[in-house]
Structure formats: C-alpha cells, structure tokens
Design a protein around this ligand. Structure first.
Ligand code: ZN
Length: 549
C-alpha cells in the first residue's frame, strides 16, 4: 500500500467525531489511504508520489453543495449580469452594452436583479424597461428566479401584453390600463418570455420537469456540454466535490453523462426528476426510469423535486398567517395538503427521496404532513425526505423534522441581513419563526447548508462566513447561528448524509473516497468576517485534482 499523494502539515478537520483532528492524509487512487500524523503519513508515500506541504492550512472533506441549479448557473454566466448594478443609469448602460454585444439574440436577458434595483421602494415595469431598450425584447429576472420583468416588446412577442389565464401560483400582473405591467410571477408567466431566447431556454427546462420539445441539434449538445463543463470547473474552484442539483430532467442527465464520457465530470452530481402539479402520478414512471438508468458513483438520480409554494417577495410563499404588508393575503400553495400527500405517498412507495421547496410556514406544514402520510402508508424507512429553504416554520412543526427524519436544507445567504421587503412581509410578530436554523439543529434535525446558485453566488466559503456572521434581523430575536464546526458539517458530512453518501464522502477517514479541499489558511484562526477572502489551494474529487490555485 503506497500513496500517490500525501498532504502533510495540515490542520485536518475530519468531520469525524471519533478522530476529529489530524495533521496529514494519504491518498491512493480514488480513496483515502490513511489519516494521521505527518511522519507516519510521509512514510506511506510511494516513489513519485506528490507531496504537498499544507503549511498549517485547513484540510476539509470536499464541500457538498446541497442545493444548486448547475445548468442555469453555468449558463447564466453568459448572460447580462445585474447582481451588482444599482440605479437607472447604471442599469441602462449595462443593458445597452449587452444589446450591442448580442445583435442576434432573440431576448436580451438579464439576471441577478434586486427587486429594488432602481432604488428603495421602486419596482421595475415595462415602461422603465422600454426607456432602456424600446426596440428589442428585454427581460430581467429577479435574483430569486421567481419574478421576471419584461419590456413591451417582450410582452408583445410572448403574447402576454393583454394578460393570460394561468395555473394557480403564476400571474401576469395587470395594470390600471388593462395591459400587463411587465411583472410576471412564477413559472407559467415566465415561460412564454423565456421561449423568446435564441437558446429556447433549454437550461431551464429542468425547472418544469419537461424534456426539450424539439431534440437539440448536435451543435446545441456541444454548446450545452461545454457550458456544463465550465460550470463544473467553476464549482471545483470553490472547493465543491459533490452537488445536489435541484432541477432536472433526463436531458440534463444525458448531457452530464456525455461530460462524464469525455472525462470531465469533476464532481458527484445528483439530478432529480421535477414533478409538477399538472402531471398525473403516472409521470413518476419517468422518475423511476431516471433513477434506474443513472446509478454511478458520480452521476445519480433517485430523487423527485417538487415546489409547494413560491417566495415571500412576490407574495407566492404560502403562510399560516397573513402577510404584514398585504392585509388578507396568505399566499396560495401550489400543492394543497391532499394533493401533496398523494404525491408523497406515491413517490415514497417507489423508494425515492422527496425534495420539496417550501418557504412559507403553511407550505412547510404541507410538506411535513405529506411525509408523515407517506410513512403511515408505506411504513417507516430510511427515506431522508428533505425540505428546501424553510424560511418560516411554525414552532409546533420544528420537532417534526427530527421525528420524521426530514432534512432541513437551508441557505445562509437567503436569511435577511437587516430590514428588507421580506422582513416587512413577515412582520415583527412572526419574526421569531423565520430562518430558525439553530432551533432546527437543536431539535435534532440534520441541517445541510448550500447556496441555491445562481440565486446567490456558489461559494461555500462565503456561505460559511455568512452563516457565522449572521445577525438577527430584529434586535429582539435570538441568535440563530451555528458554531464553526457545525457550519462546516452543514457544508460537508450533513450534505453527504442528505445525499445518502455519508459512507463514501463528507468525512476524512481511511477508506472513504478522496474528496478533499485544502484552503489557503487556517479557517479556525481566520476572523469569521474574513473567511470569504480565503482561497482554495486544492480541490480533489475522487482522488483527482480538479482545481489547483
Ligand atoms: Zn433552488
């Protein structure tokens, strides 16, 4: 037994409670050969082995990014970026420069926009977008991907200017003049505009669980595979070795298989089937066949993603009490309790993991009730169903996650930092029930952290910093932060557990897969507000170096 790679003089945080610390790690092939002190590990190095002196820097299990949208994140890097743009003049300049650079593009598409990009208390509409771009379709996605703002040309081309009846949860917002204002809420309002894009919006089909209506051409396959490879390289540069994609269809799995066949699948990727309200339960056959066809140690399925509600900002999150800033409005769930329970029982019976988006406390309750119904109907099993986001949860529901073995998959960067439109909707009386991660952790739920890229940057170090520095958004609220070790677990072994991979990755232990990340400093000695400035020296996935600074 000889190692091909040894890392010496590291501060190894193994995430393994039995032996939490070490100073060196040896890797042989795609496995961790040994973990221990520098002298014994150095002795394992074979001739020609690579020897890395970490100089005291932190070595962690590779980060598990438990919630992201790889395809749209990767594709989004080619779009008009508005995350750092504020004010009319700056936005207009960005739009015009992008339009000049893309003379052939069917839809000028911006993303990452703040809801108040033009200033506090403002809202985008078609008129202001027409001022920036009167002659070509322009649409701007809010940073959370739940609301799209379109100009008149885009609304006209999409056939939405005079409104449209849409399924529950989606809305073309209408103005006093009986024409669309330009604000489009949720999927079915967004899709007609997104279809104007020259790409046809292929990277977003997985959000609706549909396959490309027209088979992509050879050139489109090539383009998409290359976009995914660039996205994977970007994630590796952030120390990520496993990712749970949160939208999916068979097409994405096939694209990723092509990436794998070309030797470039440099992370473990799990892709769900996206089940929607409109689908009959028989559509779950597609989920089962995806699960059966993708069972590698890198590329897997066996998971179903469902949206139970929308987001607080657009009033589409389903709440138990009315929004403070919208009297009488609680938000409609996309799935009511009975229809979600029916779906949960059917999916659970197929042996698949269920992952639901539930932001409002009414949606979270529907999720928990559905998981409970599945347990009653099918008997208890190690199902590890998940709830994504949990921005509001009733106090009575908090212990139910641990009772039902449900994973709390939450995003540090989604918690408001100070007052915001979100906190105004929640209001002070119910603020105690918002983003209560420490409460969930203390009640015994497995808490997994992630980004939700491209809604926020995909960067676990930024996530760690944000989790450690989060302040209550009202002074009266308790501290909901976790400790550094708990936060690191939420980005490593807890994510591995959420993905049924805890026996293989997420901890540094002999025999486990060699998924590792070496930072450029000692994270325990770094002030929490400086962690995002740390660099990634080396990422190793499956024993292979996938990033090196
Ligand atoms: Zn998401």
């Amino acid at each position: 037994m000889t190692a091909d790679l040894v890392i010496l003089n590291a501060s190894v945080l193994t995430m393994d409670d039995a032996t939490p610390r070490a100073e060196a790690v040896a890797v042989e092939g795609n496995r961790i050969l040994a973990v221990g002190d520098a002298a014994s590990i150095r002795a394992l190095a074979g001739p020609g082995a690579r020897i890395i002196d970490a100089k005291g820097a932190t070595l962690l299990p590779g980060f598990v990014e438990s919630h992201l949208h790889l395809f749209s994140g990767a594709y989004g890097q080619t779009l008009l970026q508005l995350a750092d743009v504020q004010g009319f003049d700056a936005m207009q300049a960005a739009v015009r420069a992008f339009a000049d650079a893309k003379p052939q593009e069917g839809l000028l598409f911006g993303q990452g926009a703040d809801y108040e990009i033009l200033g506090k208390g403002t809202r985008l509409d078609r008129h202001v977008l027409d001022q920036m771009c009167p002659d070509r379709p322009l649409a701007v996605m809010a940073y959370d991907f739940h609301t799209l703002f379109a100009n008149t040309a885009a609304l006209t081309a999409a056939g939405l200017l005079h409104g449209r009846d849409l399924p529950v949860g989606s809305e073309v917002v209408m103005g006093q003049d009986s024409l669309a204002t330009g604000e489009l809420r949720e999927k079915f309002a967004l899709l007609p505009v997104l279809e104007l894009r020259s790409s046809g919006g292929r990277e977003m089909l997985g959000m609706s669980g549909i396959e490309p209506p027209v088979p992509p051409t050879q050139a489109e396959w090539r383009e998409d595979v290359d976009v995914l490879k660039a996205g994977l390289r970007f994630c590796a540069s952030k120390g990520i070795t496993s990712m749970h994609n949160m939208d999916g269809n068979r097409h994405l799995l096939e694209l990723l298989r092509m990436v794998e066949n070309e030797g470039d699948l440099i992370a473990r990727v799990s892709v769900p089937f996206h089940y929607t309200r409109e689908m009959p339960l028989s559509e779950l056959d597609r989920a089962s066949s995806m699960a059966a066809d993708f069972t590698g140690d890198k590329l897997t399925s066996n998971r179903v993603k469902i949206f139970i509600d929308g987001v607080i900002e657009s009033g589409t999150a389903a709440m138990l009490a009315e929004y403070t800033d919208r009297p009488g409005h609680k938000g409609e769930p996309i799935f009511d309790a009975a229809s979600f329970a029916e779906a949960a029982v059917a999916i659970d019976r197929r042996g698949m993991q269920i992952t639901v988006h539930a932001i409002g406390d009414a949606a979270v309750r529907i999720a928990l009730d559905g998981y409970q119904a599945a347990r009653v109907a099918n008997g208890p099993r190690d199902s590890r169903h998940r709830i994504e986001h949990i921005e509001m949860i009733d106090a009575a529901d908090i212990p139910r996650l641990a009772d039902l073995g449900v994973i709390a998959s939450v995003q540090p960067l989604h918690a408001p930092q100070g007052e915001s439109p979100t906190t105004r909707s929640i209001g002070p009386d119910r603020a105690r029930q918002a983003y209560p991660w420490r409460d969930l952790h203390q009640a015994g739920a497995v808490v997994a952290f992630s980004s939700d890229w491209p809604i926020v940057p995909v960067d676990p170090l930024l996530g760690i910093q944000t989790a450690l520095t989060r302040q209550p958004h009202l002074p009266s609220l308790p501290d909901q932060r976790l400790s550094l070790m708990e936060v690191l677990k939420a980005f490593t072994c807890n994510g591995a557990y959420a993905g049924f991979m805890e026996g293989h990755t997420g901890k540094i232990r002999a025999g486990m897969l060699a998924d590792l990340v070496l930072l450029d400093g000692d994270i325990e000695a770094t002030p929490p507000d400086k962690i995002a400035e740390m660099g990634i020296t080396l990422t190793l996935c499956d024993g292979r170096i996938t990033h090196e600074a």
